[in-house]
Write a protein that binds this ligand. Structure first.
Ligand code: 6R9
Length: 576
């Protein structure tokens, strides 16, 4: 952030027909239970999120409404709720034929496409737990996640299937390939052939509210990525935050720019919009300024949920570009994933003529927890205030609440509807989040001002946030040391004006290797091709030796201090 924060700067509420009329009033009166009558389980005791998202709208007479507007460089298609119901029924039947039962893990490793959404919904309809995998993942990342979750089926496409190491995955029974060419390989099934054969009538698997819904793998500072499990009950919060934070109205055209490989792309790219019955825009392909403005314009998008990195890039592209498009349909803009600079908020107001509403939450929290609401003043640089029904606080390491302006752990009172229910295979890791009696500890540090607004300060641990994507340094370091030239590697996030942070690796080379630009490039490609493009270090620095503790752990905090030219602090645990 360029200038010091001003805790009194306010962007006042704008006129509009807001679903949430008064924040303070809602905080006093709101009960999560009041949301439940919206859902089928109120009548039957059983539920299925895919039914609530899609079929329910057909049963209530909205079957001909457009549910999905999909476009990319080649395709431009729209699907009604009825069409999505029928297609996902077919896919559900196909999975049943392959032996998928309630609780089985079905992973989806596809580029954004209508088929991805059909597969996602179809898998939920037969009671499977869906594991979405971002398309940039390479073999090592795919292997870790499929092995840990013991996935039974992976749905993928012809371009990506080669990155699934089936020889290492004995529990994996089928690989369903969209656009399969040639004869199917071992375990392979054609998506299209399965769909063709399957019936459009499906008996939905009704599940309990506490049954598994999605399994998102996310990074911590140590160890391999962990599987964060969410349950069907989360949809209470997806629905009501969609109504009050996204401010969804039935006639809205909503675009969430996140990929379903990340939690924003499922909670707010699938559940929140469809539970609210709005038309959901999905744009395939990569980010480009022109393309994004054109998407907003051509689809007449009214509500737009995006991320700071994208907004900073759009800001970088300038005002002139904005004037070439008709963005008059856009009513409400939101952001998530990283700190939203006050500069960007002010720019948005000036150039888009709209306030940008920051929202804070995490994979583990399943849904938004601290937000800016249309009915509330925005203080640029603040994440906003807790959602009604959410008790957020700043606590010290013993769990004592801290007064305004004191920085501490951002903590949430345990027990909101979309809270993660487990870390897959790792109860100890799960317990760590709840180590302070009654609180969920986020791993973020923040403070609160006297008006109750929360201000983000940083991560407590070494987790890197690059362009809004969470990368664990350990995963990158592990990949780096697989390279024959690398003896040791330490990875940190380095502040970057556009991406928030970039990944920087400090590397000690093995004997016989000399530092060179070519070697840097080779190592970068090695991570890119082995793990994921977004996990590859943009910067590499060779060092003779890396700072380590006596027990041999690389001291990332020292690397970071070197990088920023800051004092290195207590070095008593460092080896000689
Ligand atoms: C939804 C999502 C979570 C981490 C989180 C925090 C950072 C998210 C933010 C924000 C500042 C915001 N983060 N929202 N930082 N302001 N509004 O992003 O989930 O990928 O798990 O990342 O992202 O550090 O702890 P996830």
């Amino acid at each position: 952030m360029d200038k010091p924060l001003d805790h009194n700067e306010r962007i006042p509420v704008v006129k509009g027909n807001f679903n949430l009329k008064d924040y303070e009033e809602a905080r006093r009166t709101f009960r999560w239970e009041d949301v439940e009558p919206r859902f089928t389980w109120h009548r039957t005791g059983k539920v299925n999120a895919a039914y609530e998202c899609i079929d329910r709208h057909v049963d209530e007479g909205r079957g001909d409404k457009v549910a999905l507007l999909y476009s990319d460089a080649q395709r431009n298609e729209s699907y009604t709720f009825r069409q999505l119901r029928d297609l996902s029924n077919r896919f559900g039947n196909a999975l049943r034929k392959l032996g998928v039962k309630k609780g089985d893990r079905v992973f989806i490793f596809m580029s954004r496409s209508p088929e991805l959404y059909v597969a996602f919904l179809g898998a939920l309809k037969v009671g499977a737990i869906v594991g979405p995998l971002f398309e940039a993942f390479m073999e090592a990342a795919v292997r870790d996640r499929l092995q840990d979750s013991q996935a039974k089926v992976v749905v993928t496409n012809e371009r990506l299937k080669g990155r699934i190491p089936i020889q290492d995955l004995s529990h994996l029974e089928h690989v369903v390939v969209q656009g399969l060419t040639g004869t199917p390989g071992p375990k392979e099934q054609s998506f299209e052939a399965l769909m063709e054969e399957a019936s459009q009538e499906l008996a939905i698997e009704w599940v309990d509210r506490e049954d598994g819904l999605v399994l998102h793998y996310t990074s911590g500072s140590t160890g391999k990525p962990k599987g964060v499990l969410h349950v069907h009950n989360a949809m209470i919060q997806h629905y009501i935050t969609g109504l009050w934070v996204l401010d969804l109205h039935p006639e809205d055209i909503y675009w969430c720019t996140a990929d379903p490989g990340w939690v924003t792309g499922t909670s707010y790219g699938i559940f929140a919009p469809w539970l609210n019955g709005v038309t959901n825009v999905v744009r395939g392909g990569r980010f480009s300024q022109e393309d994004w403005y054109k998407t907003l314009q051509d689809h007449r998008v009214t509500v737009w949920y995006t991320a700071p990195t994208a907004l900073r890039m759009l800001m970088g592209a300038g005002e002139e570009l904005v004037r070439q498009y008709d963005l008059s349909s856009v009513r409400h803009i939101l952001s998530v994933g990283e700190p939203l600079n006050p500069e960007v908020v002010r720019w948005g107001l000036k150039v888009y003529g709209r306030r940008i509403h920051d929202t804070w939450w995490m994979t583990e929290t399943g849904a938004q927890l601290i937000c800016n609401y249309p009915c509330m003043d925005i203080k640029p640089g603040s994440m906003g205030k807790p959602f009604p029904g959410i008790d957020a606080a700043i606590v010290d390491d013993e769990g004592r609440e801290l007064p305004p302006y004191q920085m501490g752990n951002l903590a949430i009172r345990r027990g909101w509807p979309s809270m993660m229910r487990a870390i897959w295979n790792n109860p100890a890791k799960y317990q760590e989040y709840f180590r302070l009696e009654g609180w969920y500890i986020s791993g973020d540090s923040a403070y609160r001002d006297e008006d109750g607004y929360f201000w983000f300060q940083g991560r407590v641990d070494d987790v890197i946030n690059t362009s809004g994507e969470r990368v664990g340094p350990f995963e990158v370091e592990s990949k780096l040391v697989e390279h024959p030239a690398v003896a040791e590697a330490g990875v940190i996030g380095k502040p970057d004006p556009v991406r928030g942070e970039i990944i920087k690796a400090f590397i000690a080379l093995r004997q016989g290797y000399e530092p060179s630009e070519e070697l840097k490039q080779e190592i970068r490609d090695f991570v890119k091709n082995g793990l994921a493009a977004h996990a590859a270090p943009r910067e590499i620095e060779f060092r003779d030796k890396l700072p380590k503790t006596r027990s041999g752990k690389i001291m990332r905090r020292v690397l970071k201090a070197w990088e920023l030219g800051l004092p290195t602090g207590d070095l008593s645990t460092m080896e000689d």
